[in-house]
Design a protein around this ligand. Structure first.
Ligand code: UD1
Ligand code: UDP
Length: 368
């Protein structure tokens, strides 16, 4: 069996890494295609080094664009490679534009599709990822699911039960495999941060950062929090552009070296490498985010997480994990963060099958 996997954006790399490693271990013929949706070294190339997987054999170089442009460019470029390679299965992960574009291209060529992280639903179709999830799952032949809600959603949508496999979470495979190396880097220490003494932020959802009013409100809340503890914010490129557009760069400080003892403030960092970001998450007092993957990683680490969104497609992180959906109202964000900083933390547990072996289960099913 020949498998061709397609990745394109930052969260795809953590998800594909354990699958690539397992396919290599079992000697399964495999090609990795990178669409080029993300292309900055800090958003793409550096992760292959951090995750210790071989770089992609095929790069499509599609870059940024509108949704239609990006999706269409991936389809046009990928079709030629699929015709040349003729894989038995196209494997896609997550919910980005590269995921849905690859699934559509494969479906039109009659090639079987495996979707890793299937079935998640926010029930919010204003979110581009929700459209990508719905379309990808409708086309997929094998649906690998991370949490029970995904199985329920797919069953409700009429997907045949034998196509659905609850296998656990490949992103947590990667986290568990790399946590010792990440901790050894001591990224917080090198930034002058005290374990449990700072907040970590990541934001990039268009609904948060592209809406100037919402974004200004969130930055105001972070500014208030930053009077109490250092707030560390590695800034995604979409968000960097919005900070510049609304003229908010002045509220950030950039560390020139380790922060002085007792420092507070809102600290701007470039997008972090995977190991550095994992180290920062693991020692944070709390994480404030709108990222899908970070909601899961904080649950696996047992670190309090505030999700700055109205909903989540990953309800297990709320029901079992450490995640609290706080929305984007600034006073609610500050209140929830203060509660956690004062030590009133909700205990969480790690969801079933988030045990570091999801990729092994996926490859075993693929080979069957
Ligand atoms: C994409 C995904 C989102 C995912 C996120 C992970 C879609 C619809 N969105 O959002 O689901 O959570 O990646 O990070 O697929 N840019 C750069 N350098 C890069 C990449 C992007 O400067 O390497 C800038 C460009 O101005 C680009 C903008 O960021 O227009 C947005 O990039 P894009 O890939 O379209 O969406 P993301 O917001 O990154
Ligand atoms: N991440 C990272 N550096 C950062 C921010 C996040 O390496 O500065 C990692 C994070 O640990 C997780 C993944 O990126 O593994 C999540 O990707 P992202 O938030 O871009 O996308 P989403 O999960 O929202 O689709």
């Amino acid at each position: 069996m020949k498998i061709l996997s397609v990745v394109g954006a930052r969260p795809n790399f953590m998800k594909i890494a354990p699958i690539v490693r397992e396919l290599l271990r079992r000697g399964v013929p495999h090609r990795l295609v990178h669409t080029g949706q993300h292309y900055d070294a800090a958003m793409s190339g550096d992760f292959f080094r951090d995750l210790a997987i071989p770089p992609p054999e095929i790069s499509l170089g599609v870059g940024s664009g509108t949704h239609a442009e990006q999706t269409a460019h991936v389809m046009l470029a990928l079709e030629a490679h699929l015709l040349a390679e003729r894989p038995d299965v196209v494997l896609v992960v997550g919910d980005v534009n590269s995921t849905v574009a690859a699934a559509l291209t494969a479906a039109k060529l009659g090639i079987a599709i495996a979707h890793v992280e299937a079935g998640l639903r926010s029930f919010d179709r204003s979110m581009p990822e929700e459209i990508n999830r719905l379309v990808t799952d409708a086309l997929a032949d094998l649906l690998f699911v991370t949490e029970p809600s995904g199985v329920e959603n797919l069953c409700r949508e009429g997907v045949a039960q034998e196509r659905i496999h609850l296998v656990g979470n490949v992103m947590i495979d990667t986290l568990l495999a790399h946590l010792p190396r990440a901790r050894a880097l001591d990224t917080p220490g090198r930034l002058g941060l005290v374990p449990g003494g700072y907040a970590l932020v990541t934001l990039h959802r268009p609904s948060n950062v592209d809406d100037a009013e919402v974004f200004a409100g969130i930055l105001g809340a972070l500014g208030q929090l930053a009077r109490r503890v250092p707030v560390i914010f590695p800034v995604h490129p979409r968000t960097r552009k919005r900070v510049e557009a609304i003229g908010a760069a002045g509220i950030f400080r950039e560390p020139a070296g380790p922060l002085p003892p007792g420092a507070t403030g809102l600290w701007w960092l470039p997008p972090s490498g995977y190991l550095e970001f994992l180290a920062l998450q693991a020692a944070a007092a709390l994480v404030l985010t709108d990222s899908g993957g970070v909601q899961e990683e904080t649950t696996a680490l047992g670190v309090p997480c505030l999700t700055l969104r109205a909903n989540t497609e990953r309800p297990v992180t709320v029901g079992e994990g450490t995640n609290i959906i706080v929305g984007v109202d600034p006073s609610r964000i500050v209140e929830a963060a203060t509660t956690i900083l004062e030590g009133r933390r909700r205990p969480g547990r790690v969801p079933a099958l988030w045990d570091g072996h999801a990729a092994e289960r996926i490859v075993a099913i693929l080979l069957r």
